[in-house]
Design a binder for this molecule. Structure first.
Ligand SMILES: [Ca+2]
Length: 475
């Protein structure tokens, strides 16, 4: 018995630690204990940040810009007089297709996409690499492009928010910004609250063959840090800005990215026309971390039939949870709030009021006629309040949550432990919410371990109350 209690406390503590680390965005709604008993509490939620390169489509333009068709020789990067390398698309060992930019990197030698060489010099060697998700995504970490050859002397990173119809520059990269783009060179470190959305040209990433200088970066985290501090310790400040500034939200949101390679590395002030086989682009790795944009109405994003889509909660629907479900248009759709309750709100969609009901509403108090629809009249700011949560408990319980009755059994169990140690009164409300989540996990664990009912009864039944509940469940 004591061992069981110790194990449960350990599980509880581990769960609490995990929940506190992840914050509240990994659950959309949860059951919590209040003076009125178990109720639903709604929260803004978002999918986990993941490696987004596994979900993209890549397009190289012009289409014949990948080397190897027909096979062609190229020179070694560091030594222009070693030109016995060959790119051959028909031979696996010698081919350099685009997918090698996104495979697992870490092996030696690395795998990479490679372009044709600059054999048509002085015509420019310009190649676009377009990365498409067919879904709005929010970038959460720096974009890092690792070049196997020298980094290009001129490059633009562009973004699209409308599936590639229109494009805007994200950042310019050049060995000489004034010469290449007529822009003053800047660094992300020069940006401030007022200029965070400025598009800059940087010279930080455009020269050098050294092993440690292969990467071109687009600094998402440094931009976050302008609001959240150098170690991103004040994320509340960033979230507050994101809540109120649509332009800032949009800045980190894309449907497509385009890498415009405008001039390969030459390593000198002039191009050696006798050795054009030494000029080309080669990229070994592209890192892009982000999450599906679900407007803070989903914590899961599915990839089905090569298409990303949010698994919408809060009675919302659409690929981005961008509208209310058919019968839940009692008030205008809004995205959830990044701010936590009570400053923010999940902005759940509430049930529509049929026109006949609206007519009756004018004549009679709503609660007297249609008590279940009364919540449609509650102002949006109260959506996540406990009372609102209780009224919304008519919604379907999602698969990921505990079955209510089992939850009750275990909550009783946990509560009796609280009382035993006079522990409950020392805990702030936030921790009680987290503990409720821990209870869910214990339920799942006990299900997983297939604890038989006799064992469950023996362990959980402190004062006879649990037996009554189990009996009522026909267990
Ligand atoms: Ca690779």
């Amino acid at each position: 018995m004591y061992l069981f209690l110790v194990l449960n406390f350990h599980t509880l503590w581990m769960t609490l630690s995990t929940a506190m680390q992840h914050g509240h965005y990994d659950v959309c709604k949860m059951q919590t204990m209040s003076d009125d008993g178990l109720i639903w509490e709604y929260m803004a939620c978002q999918p986990e940040s993941v490696d987004m390169t596994q979900y993209l489509k890549v397009k190289i333009e012009p289409p014949n810009s990948t080397c190897g068709d027909p096979p062609e020789p190229f020179c070694a990067m560091g030594n222009p007089y070693m030109c016995n390398n060959e790119c051959d698309a028909s031979t696996r060992e010698l081919a350099h297709p685009p997918e090698l930019m996104f495979d697992f990197e870490g092996r030696n030698p690395s795998t990479f996409w490679q372009s044709i060489t600059w054999k048509h010099y002085p015509s420019p060697l310009q190649i676009n690499i377009t990365l498409s998700w067919n879904k709005t995504i929010e970038l959460t970490n720096n974009i890092a492009i690792t070049f196997e050859s020298g980094r290009p002397e001129k490059m633009i990173l562009e973004k699209s928010l409308d599936y590639g119809r229109t494009w805007q520059p994200y950042q310019f990269y050049a060995a000489d910004c004034l010469d290449a783009f007529r822009m003053e060179p800047k660094s992300v470190k020069d940006l401030s609250h007022n200029t965070v959305l400025d598009i800059i040209c940087t010279e930080e990433y455009s020269t050098g063959y050294a092993a440690h200088a292969k990467t071109i970066s687009f600094e998402i985290k440094d931009r976050f840090a302008i609001f959240a501090g150098p170690r991103l310790h004040n994320m509340a400040s960033l979230y507050s800005q994101l809540d109120t500034t649509k332009n800032l939200r949009d800045f980190f949101t894309v449907t497509d990215l385009r890498i415009r390679l405008l001039k390969p590395a030459t390593g000198a002030t002039f191009v050696d026309e006798r050795n054009l086989g030494r000029y080309f682009y080669a990229i070994s790795d592209v890192k892009i971390h982000g999450r599906c944009k679900c407007n803070l109405h989903a914590n899961t994003c599915n990839f089905i039939n090569t298409r990303l889509s949010c698994e919408c909660e809060h009675n919302t629907t659409g690929q981005d949870c961008e509208r209310c479900k058919k019968n839940f248009q009692g008030q205008a759709w809004s995205p959830g709030s990044y701010l936590t309750i009570p400053k923010g709100t999940a902005n759940i969609c509430v049930a529509s009021i049929p026109s006949t009901v609206q007519d009756k509403k004018k004549k009679q108090p709503i609660t007297a006629v249609f008590p279940k629809l009364a919540h449609s009249t509650v102002p949006p700011a109260q959506v996540s309040s406990h009372k609102r949560g209780r009224r919304s408990s008519i919604h379907t319980v999602p698969r990921s949550h505990c079955v209510l009755n089992h939850h009750t059994v275990l909550t009783d169990f946990i509560s009796s432990i609280y009382n035993l140690y006079h522990f409950l009164f020392l805990l702030p409300k936030t921790y009680i919410t987290l503990i409720n989540r821990a209870v869910c996990i214990i339920v799942k664990m006990s299900n997983h371990l297939h604890l038989d009912h006799e064992t469950t009864r023996r362990y959980f039944d402190g004062n006879g109350e649990v037996s009554k509940v189990l009996k009522s469940l026909h267990i």
